[in-house]
Design a protein around this ligand. Structure first.
Ligand SMILES: Cc1cc2nc3c(=O)[nH]c(=O)nc-3n(C[C@H](O)[C@H](O)[C@H](O)COP(=O)(O)OP(=O)(O)OC[C@H]3O[C@@H](n4cnc5c(N)ncnc54)[C@H](O)[C@@H]3O)c2cc1C
Length: 509
């Protein structure tokens, strides 16, 4: 097949937040000369600087970008994350764990959770955390790396992610990318120039003009300019699909606080009367923030709620961040691919934004054009991107919708709202028989949906018939074997802070 279009060689990334530098790090690991990668960013505008909690799939990104784990954790004051503790989400006073990784141990022919539902109904099961190694380790404040060689052990594939300082993360990725030849240009973009000549590239971005007057030209542009949406929104006018009727929080106050002991290996999310508060422990400080709906709470009150609920003194004044939940109608338009918050934003309840960045750049690498831009490739990229955003959205909406709180309009409105159809169907199926659905674009697998639905009090009417193929006492013994093994595994793990001291202790700041 002959390709007559100009070869695509010059990639320009506009923006140097996590999205820009993650894209630069991943692309520079793959694209060698004659490809050129340039990144423009403005220190004066700065970066959002939050985005400190991740999910286990970030390890795939580390592989793609060739990041060494211990080095990057040292450089970013990083800690380990085994899951999220949710406080006050179902009802005020309740708490549950969304631990990463599997629940229980497979036993043919139904899912492990079915046996647990049966035994729970008979009063013979332990709380679900007892069957989730990451949850038990988190509650015991312990951590170790998985032991893949111990094939039958829950330690073989212990699932974990990281907490890190977002600004240090961008800095670390920048150093790595520059070593691999990415050229950085400091300054503000003041104009975006489109190709006006008739032909296949008509309307494509040709260059961005810097405040200094310099023109940065390219063949492919990544819009990583965050909420500014300089290329996708302002220059190309790609529309935005608003999801705030499902996810009404639109602001956050963020503030760092002093470290506390012990160093927890998990994020905590505490629901308040019009939103929720995050607590992310790093080596040198704790990151905190209060995400809320400005329709239901004033900014002053939201800041006061945050400061009142810190575990230790604040290290700075709180910073207000405004956001809108939704997604860009098309992430990729002409020669512009929006990655990061310019492509869309779903609030940080399950720490998914950096994952969406990673998938955005991985998808681009997969479909990287030889020359020209094939509408079929672009359509497929956009289809996959949409499905990822929608699947994350539905999972987050679940947390809000499935509440039984009685303390005000915000939570009742969430409980009463009509949810997206896919979510309605998942909840209906679970409520009928405890069945869990997996769709191939789901980011969160069945155990995650289970832990949240169970943790927020959705109770199935019955369990599946074939659960009873196992005799009752056999099932009791099987579950006991699983929880005993998990308890043993946790007992041999070192304390989280001890593990960090040996593996990735960061310099004092
Ligand atoms: C409250 C909150 C909490 C969050 N928590 C999490 C979390 O726990 N986990 C998670 O995964 N994600 C989280 N996120 C999301 C995460 O922070 C972002 O997805 C991530 O940081 C990527 O942001 P970005 O790079 O797209 O944008 P930004 O960090 O805003 O970067 C934009 C870049 O564009 C540049 N720029 C903009 N305009 C111009 C211009 N005119 N000229 C030159 N340069 C320009 C800026 O200087 C900057 O370098 C959170 C987000 C918010 C709002």
């Amino acid at each position: 097949m002959e390709n007559t279009a100009k070869p695509l060689r010059r990639v320009v990334i506009v923006g140097g937040g996590a999205a820009g530098w993650m894209s630069a790090a991943a692309l520079s690991a793959v694209l060698k000369p004659p490809y050129e990668i340039r990144l423009v960013e403005s220190e004066e505008i700065g970066i959002i600087g939050v985005g400190e909690a991740t999910i286990p799939l970030i390890k795939m990104f580390n592989g793609l970008a060739q990041l060494d784990e211990a080095t990057f954790l040292k450089a970013t004051q990083g800690t380990f994350k085994l899951g999220i503790e949710f406080v006050n989400w179902g009802r005020v006073g309740e708490r549950y764990f969304h631990g990463f990784g599997r629940v229980g141990k497979p036993l043919w022919p139904v899912d492990f959770t079915q046996y647990w539902l049966r035994l729970r109904a008979l009063g013979r099961a332990e709380p679900i955390d007892a069957y989730v190694v990451s949850s038990m380790a988190a509650k015991a404040n312990r951590f170790m790396l998985p032991k893949p060689e111990m094939q039958n052990s829950p330690l073989a594939d212990l699932a974990y992610a990281y907490h890190f300082d977002a600004s240090l993360y961008a800095r670390h990725l920048r150093a790595l990318s520059e070593r691999r030849g990415v050229r950085r240009t400091e300054g503000k973009v003041v104009r975006v120039l489109l190709d006006e000549a008739p032909g296949p590239t008509h309307g494509h971005v040709r260059a961005v003009q810097m405040e200094s007057g310099e023109m940065v030209e390219g063949d492919l542009f990544l819009d990583c300019s965050g909420f500014a949406g300089l290329l996708a929104d302002k220059a190309l006018g790609v529309g935005f699909e608003d999801w705030s009727h499902w996810l009404p929080c639109d602001r956050a106050w963020a503030v760092p606080s002093e470290s506390t002991k012990p160093l927890l290996p998990y994020t905590r999310s505490t629901a308040h009367s019009a939103g929720w508060q995050w607590r992310i422990p790093l080596q040198h400080r704790v990151g905190n923030g209060h995400v809320y709906s400005s329709q239901h709470m004033s900014d002053d009150e939201a800041a006061a709620v945050l400061l009142r609920n810190l575990d230790a003194p604040a290290l700075a004044d709180p910073r207000l961040i405004r956001f809108k939940t939704g997604m860009r109608k098309d992430a990729w338009t002409r020669n512009v691919v929006a990655i990061g918050m310019s492509a869309g934003f779903v609030e940080p309840l399950e720490s998914t934004a950096l994952h969406l960045v990673q998938m955005g750049v991985a998808g681009l690498i997969e479909a990287f054009p030889h020359s020209g831009f094939d509408p079929v490739e672009i359509a497929e990229y956009n289809r996959q991107s949409r499905q990822r955003y929608e699947s994350v959205r539905d999972f987050i909406v679940l947390h809000y919708h499935l509440n039984q709180r009685e303390d005000g309009g915000f939570w009742q409105a969430c409980a009463n709202m009509a949810v997206p159809e896919g979510l309605r169907w998942r909840m209906a199926l679970y409520a009928a028989s405890g069945r869990l659905v997996y769709v191939d674009t789901d980011l969160f697998r069945e155990p995650s949906w289970f832990e949240v639905m169970e943790g927020q009090n959705l109770r199935p009417k019955r369990w599946l018939a074939l659960t009873e193929l196992q005799g009752l006492e056999d099932t009791v013994n099987y579950l006991k074997g699983v929880s005993d093994t998990i308890a043993n595994c946790v007992s041999v793990m070192p304390e989280h802070s001890e593990f960090i001291r040996h593996y990735c202790q960061a310099p004092k700041m």
